[in-house]
Design a protein. Structure first.
Length: 278
């Protein structure tokens, strides 16, 4: 078993991160497997070395040890670009110049029975799909979901988390209507979250992905990409989210629940484990 924890160094680790990291770590250690640490610093406009150092410090304090060197996404931009070029050469992507506002405007006429939002927010209305825009006009590259499904299905994945345990089959109808043409890269970013996590998990031999329930819907995109790129599909475990007293999920800005704050207040690693129900 190879698991991993993959935080973005864009803020302090909070209780939700601690839960995710401890769960993945404990699972691997329990069976003599490997636990990897990856720094998801894809978004260089938001990633900070100081947050990365705080991550190492908080994890070590929690008693978490990781195997092998830390993998940083910023050192693998060329790999993401190469994979994207491959998909483009197969006619599975298109160039897009839509701004967020363009997408809102084009999508604003609601159609009955068609979901408006997918795992990446507003489902792309298809504006640029058949325009064959030159690269110079594009601000992003999107996956042509219908073509991708034709090339990449059938595909399926096993989920072991509490909310969706079972075998999930992907269908073209579901992916085109509830996910749509997701972004695979932006002009200022080498790859998207989806493309990079799929490539990184495969490159590091991850067999079990343990992460928050909020990413369950995005898993269909990842499994489709694995199929298209001929990569193995790990087993997935999407765990419950740690919420505050009001039932709201914790976000990066909830500094009050940052591990560093608890540490400064004198909490022990055992206290943190107890707080997240481990
Ligand atoms: N870097 C992602 C995050 O912080 C996690 C990636 C993943 O688990 O797939 O949400």
């Amino acid at each position: 078993m190879i698991t991993r924890f993959a935080p973005s160094p864009t803020g302090p680790l909070h209780l939700g991160h601690a839960y995710s990291a401890l769960l993945a770590h404990d699972r691997a250690r329990a069976v003599g497997g490997r636990f990897l640490l990856r720094i998801d610093d894809l978004d260089q406009s938001r990633a900070r070395v100081a947050w990365e150092e705080q991550i190492y410090d908080d994890l070590s304090w929690l008693g978490i040890t990781w195997d092998g060197p830390v993998r940083r996404q910023s050192e693998h931009f060329a790999d993401y670009a190469a994979a994207l070029d491959g998909l483009t050469a197969r006619g599975l992507t298109f160039s897009c110049r839509c701004s967020r506002r363009d997408i809102e405007t084009a999508a604003s006429a609601p159609q009955e029975g068609v979901p408006a939002f997918g795992p990446d927010g507003r489902i792309y209305p298809g504006t640029c799909r058949d325009l064959a825009l030159p690269d110079t006009e594009a601000t992003s590259t999107r996956l042509d979901m219908a073509r991708a499904c034709a090339a990449g299905l059938p595909a399926q994945f096993t989920e072991t988390g509490p909310a969706h345990a079972g075998l999930h089959n992907l269908t073209a109808e579901d992916l085109t209507t509830t996910v749509g043409d997701v972004v695979l890269s932006r002009r200022q970013m080498a790859g998207s979250y989806h493309l990079s996590v799929v490539l990184d998990d495969a490159a590091t031999g991850v067999t079990h992905v343990v992460r928050g329930e909020d990413l369950f819907e995005a898993t269909r995109i990842h499994v489709l990409l694995q199929s298209l790129l001929d990569l193995p599909t790990p087993e997935y475990h999407h765990h419950r989210l740690i919420r505050d007293e009001a039932g709201k999920r914790l976000a990066k800005r909830d500094d009050a629940r940052a591990i560093a704050t608890y540490r400064a207040d004198g909490a022990s690693p055992a206290d943190i484990r107890a707080m997240v129900g481990l």
